[in-house]
Design a protein around this ligand. Structure first.
Ligand SMILES: Cc1cc2nc3c(=O)[nH]c(=O)nc-3n(C[C@H](O)[C@H](O)[C@H](O)COP(=O)(O)OP(=O)(O)OC[C@H]3O[C@@H](n4cnc5c(N)ncnc54)[C@H](O)[C@@H]3O)c2cc1C
Length: 473
């Protein structure tokens, strides 16, 4: 009998494209991966990819070629476009643990020779200087609430309380602020991402697309060679922007509820329980469903207990059958919270363009530090300049909007994802803005599916407490 072998095809010895071919060839070749790899050259791999991946569309082969792309000094608005590619991994500079310097922003290329250029720069500089000036006063309020421990050094004390004051000052940072992001991605997803970048309405994102393509071609010369702009993406966007702009609706307002459960699977509980029985049984699905539908409430609770009752810690992931129950939420959250929300790749998310028209949040610590007039004045200035910019180009206008402003996002996700999101983002170390969203989402799900959501084991805190403790409005 052949002996089991498990080993790595190391990227230190083989290029990503060669590794991809070595895996692809196992489909037709009886040889070991090692033997296949030894017979390959970079040129032979390129010919293989031209023929099979590009020519015949066997695109999944490109998923075996993985790149690690370092992207530096791009705006946080551009990072939204980068991170909208869900089949990739990212880590970016944190607005919670790092501070921004006065020049850490970009001038959007569209504004280079534009009459609003100077006003844009002045407004962003005002936001940055208000941000910088708020750090110490807010830190002092936090320091009183969390005094230095005996034997604790100044550095250790600052490390312990830093996220609490930086968390609050970050509301002033506009999306023009730059950050670094590391991206790990396979060549199939990267080709798709580059096509989207090159078709993007922002010049910065299109330039990033060109630069990523150029950098990636050093490692994967064949697999992303044909990544070009997709005209239909821009055409679709323009057609829908036009359609949406002609709707005769009242102006946007934040006076609505920040969390609306628009839709959910009304039979979600039955479907999930039936799917769980189906997994371990031998019956057709409709029999499993009929069985569940005819159970008494106590019997159903017994099934729920069997499905979820063994989860012991937030790291225990419930079975995949929870994915048969979905929820659609219309959410309004501040831009800082959205920057974190968007990282949840398994959800379907539809953010609206960032504007200043839904108003802004005021963190309680800003008020307690005596900074409310400066804070509101800076945000109101940003709103004035936003309107001027939006009248010319609403995409570019987003760059001037600080994290404190609200944004709408439609999100659809399943119960398994809801478990993950609500547990992670309502934890005590999560930012209060996203904690409020996570706790409210959990409340809505508990309302419609009390049995299935009973095992989320969230902290006792309510979203109303987060609101009262951290915001003045
Ligand atoms: C305390 C804290 C601090 C953070 N600090 C930073 C920071 O400084 N910088 C930063 O960039 N981000 C930071 N994040 C964000 C974090 O890295 C995640 O991107 C974010 O929480 C989304 O979580 P997720 O990847 O688990 O969720 P989702 O994208 O919603 O995915 C759900 C689950 O699917 C699985 N999954 C999805 N995609 C993959 C994949 N490609 N490979 C393997 N499994 C996958 C995982 O099990 C994952 O938990 C922080 C998060 C927390 C909670």
């Amino acid at each position: 009998m052949p002996e089991r072998q498990i080993y790595l095809l190391s990227p230190r010895e083989l290029s990503p494209e060669t590794i991809a071919v070595a895996f692809a060839k196992t489909s037709r070749s009886p040889e070991s991966f090692r033997e296949i790899a030894q017979s390959l050259t970079d040129e032979a791999s390129a010919r293989f990819h031209e023929r099979w991946v590009i020519g015949y569309g066997h695109a999944s082969v490109a998923e075996h070629a993985v790149l690690h792309i370092a992207i530096e000094n791009v705006s946080r608005l551009a990072i939204e476009a980068i991170e909208s590619n869900r089949l990739a991994s990212y880590t970016e500079k944190s607005t919670r643990y790092q501070k921004w310097g006065p020049e850490d922003f970009i001038l959007p290329p569209e504004l280079e020779n534009h009459p609003l250029r100077d006003e844009f720069i002045e407004t962003v500089q005002l936001l940055f200087s208000t941000y910088a000036a708020s750090l110490e006063p807010v830190r002092q309020v936090v320091a009183q609430q969390f005094p230095r421990r005996q034997e604790e050094s100044d550095e250790a004390w600052d490390r312990r309380i830093r996220s609490r004051y930086v968390d609050v000052c970050r509301f002033l940072l506009p999306t023009a602020a730059v950050a670094n992001v590391g991206m790990t991605v396979n060549a199939r997803e990267l080709e798709h991402a580059i096509r989207k970048f090159l078709s993007h309405p922002l010049a910065e994102v299109r330039a990033i697309g060109e630069q990523i393509k150029e950098a990636a071609q050093a490692e994967t010369p064949t697999l992303i060679k044909y990544a070009e702009a997709v005209p239909s993406l821009a055409q679709t966007r323009e057609a829908l922007e036009q359609a949406a702009s002609t709707l005769d609706l009242p102006p946007a307002t934040a006076e609505t509820d920040f969390c609306t459960l628009v839709d959910y699977d009304r039979a979600g509980e039955e479907t999930v329980l039936a799917a769980a029985l189906y997994r371990f049984g031998e019956m057709p699905f409709d029999q499993a469903l009929t069985y569940v539908q005819h159970r008494s409430p106590e019997e159903r609770l017994g099934l729920v207990q069997a499905l979820l009752g063994n989860l012991e810690s937030p790291h225990d992931i419930p079975l995949r059958e929870l994915e048969y129950c979905s929820y659609t939420f219309d959410l309004i959250m501040d831009q800082g919270a959205y920057a974190e929300f968007k990282r949840h790749r398994m959800m379907t998310q539809t953010p609206q363009r960032l504007t200043t028209r839904l108003g802004y949040a005021i963190p309680r610590l800003i008020e307690e530090a005596g900074l409310r007039p400066q804070y509101e004045s800076a945000l109101q200035r940003a709103a004035q300049v936003y309107e001027k910019l939006a009248a010319w180009n609403p995409h570019v206008a987003q760059y001037v909007v600080p994290n404190g402003f609200y944004r709408r996002v439609l999100a659809r996700f399943n119960l398994r994802n809801a478990y993950h999101f609500c547990r992670l983002r309502s934890a005590p170390n999560a930012h209060f803005s996203i904690r409020k969203i996570a706790e409210r989402i959990a409340e809505e799900i508990r309302r419609v599916h009390p049995a299935l959501s009973a095992f989320m084991f969230l902290p006792d805190e309510t979203w109303q407490e987060v609101d009262a403790n951290h915001f003045t409005r």
